[in-house]
Write a new protein. Sequence first.
Length: 309
Amino acid sequence: MDISKFHGVVPAMATPFKSNHELDADRIPELIEGYIAAGVHGISVAGSQGEFFSLDMEEHLLLLEKTIEATDGRVPVYAGTGGVTTRRAIELTRAAESMGADLALIITPYFVQPSQEELIEHYTSVARATRLPVMLYNNPPRTSVNVLPRTLARCMSAAENIAGIKDSAGDLTQSIEFQLLAPRPALLFSGRDTIALAMMRHGAQGTISPAANVFPELMVAMYEACRSGDHDAALRISNIFAPLRAAWALGSFPVVIKEAMALAGRGAGPARPPIMPLTEQARAEVEAVVSRIAMLASKEHTGAHAQAD
């Protein structure tokens, strides 16, 4: 299984909704064109930032279909195909495979809080039902379920197409151990923007990034600086992003990124109820954060071009 094409900056794409909260399928190609023009290396669809939990089956499948169609093979598509039950995850994963997705990104079952042994059985069952590379998605702040490094190792030993993990836990020690304990080279992607650079310095191939919805060019610049060995520039850019993650506290997940996208001219509509829009005060605070990041990004871009000249 060749995993070399899975690397770099992958926006955790926000799912576009209309003002009446219906899926805005026509907006999907526009968002993807913007990401690709910014130089991203993949598209992640129907993840947590994509409000997969709010989609019915028909919407989920349509979102996958339209994303794969619009991407048109230009970059890999990481299809979110997780579910509370193994049966649901298998159904979605097989559908994504038939549509032409490149990788199945499967969040841990949530609400039910399975044990580590149950996680192993879950993931190996899904992996055996598909030919796609399977990436575990660990997001304990949202699911209350944490995949341990030895669990990933056992999953990879049990199924050859289990390729690695997206880790949104925010625990750098655990992230490092995922790769150290893996029985073969494993994919490791950050899901937490504030430690994406640190994870890449420790061997992660890239980041599946919420912030790349808002500032994809800047995240690509950080990745390229890291890969080229310009660690001062990479750290400077990483620090520019930090206030956006801190701003998540101004509203319920995932509304802050959606409103930041609108402020940056990349609107994807509202979050679905029960999540409500930001208050006027909170929106003003997010606007200040977005404006400052945009200003610093412009300076970074100008400085980079001056150095190149």
